[in-house]
Design a protein around this ligand. Structure first.
Ligand code: RIB
Length: 311
């Protein structure tokens, strides 16, 4: 049986619905407020588990009410939380999410307990990496931890996927050389490479920079325009799905997780990206992070259609 490990963040999302995202210096009123379980790592873990693959999460929450709710959310989705610790020192991570009428968002994260996912903490639980096929990482925990996990997983022959969000200007080279597949969106690709990406040539230049640093495959998500796959010998555009977007929160997380799920099951990159596009298109039609992740029934219909259409 295939297994996925997600090492990363777990946040409570404080979601503010607004008519427009505020300009510098502007104060606005929100039209609605809700608390939703989120965190890029936790959203990815919940997506994988709901898709039906055995999923472990390595992360941290506080010993607070949010921590109780976040653990419950993960467990209800079917994630194994044995390796989620509860911090004695700090609160659970929080994300302040503003969502406008078009479903676009601004997110500010207060890391809280996510900062306690340290290299030492991973070392204490290192055996969890032995047991899985794919490791999914993002950047809401300390970056040295992300680099340590990637190196250890790569040495053990695991597939390592990095969702480089929130993006940082220069990703450490010792991290990139241990990544098999990186999945930025357009903005993140610009930030991590410094290349302003406006056309396919720009995408190729930016992706080549990452490939030269040791990442064999790059997938850039383009929102409703789909995704571009780039490797040394291949460049392909996958068209997007036109949907009525309500909230784009967790679209990227569900894309990365769906990709990991499909690759863990041995599907081709073509099938994996097509599936990930459809799952994330469904996510943007719903409000919230983990609240928007498709059910097992919904995703298995998409899976059956994509896999059978290729046979
Ligand atoms: O990618 C969406 C997520 O980013 C939110 O759930 C929020 O918690 C932040 O981590």
């Amino acid at each position: 049986m295939r297994k996925v490990l997600v090492v990363g963040s777990i946040n409570m999302d404080y979601v503010l619905e607004v008519n427009h995202l505020p300009h510098n210096g502007e104060t606005i009123l929100c039209s609605d407020f809700s608390l939703v379980c989120g965190g890029k790592g936790a959203n990815q873990a919940c997506t994988c588990a709901k898709l039906g693959i055995e999923t472990m999460m390595l992360g941290a929450v506080g010993k607070d009410d949010n921590g109780d709710l976040l653990l419950k959310g993960l467990e209800e989705a079917g994630v194994n939380t044995e390796y989620v610790c509860r911090s004695d020192h700090t609160h659970s991570g929080m994300a302040f999410v503003s969502v406008n009428k078009c479903g676009e968002n601004h997110i500010i994260v207060e890391q809280g307990a996510n900062k306690e996912v340290t290299v030492d903490f991973v070392k204490q639980n290192i055996q969890v990496i032995d047991d899985v096929d794919i490791v999914i990482l993002q950047l809401e925990i300390p970056i040295e931890t992300v680099a340590f996990v990637a190196k250890n997983a790569k040495e053990k022959g695991k597939i390592v996927i990095l969702d480089p969000a929130p993006a940082v200007k220069k990703l450490p080279e010792d991290l990139l050389k241990n990544i098999d597949l990186i999945k930025p969106n357009e903005t993140e690709l610009q930030i991590i490479t410094g290349v302003s990406v406006k056309n396919m040539d720009d995408f190729k230049i930016a992706a080549k920079m990452l490939m030269d640093l040791g990442v064999p495959e790059v997938i850039v998500t383009l929102g409703d325009k789909g995704a571009i796959y780039l490797s040394q010998n291949d460049v392909r555009h996958f068209p997007g799905e036109k949907v009525d977007a309500v909230d784009t929160t967790a679209a990227g997380d569900s894309f990365t997780a769906s990709l990991g799920y499909m690759l863990a099951k041995g599907h081709s990159i073509q099938e994996s990206i097509s599936f990930a596009i459809e799952i994330s298109a469904l996510v943007v039609t719903r409000k919230g992070a983990q609240s928007s992740i498709p059910s097992a029934d919904e995703s298995s219909m998409i899976y059956d259609r994509i896999v059978s259409s290729k046979n």
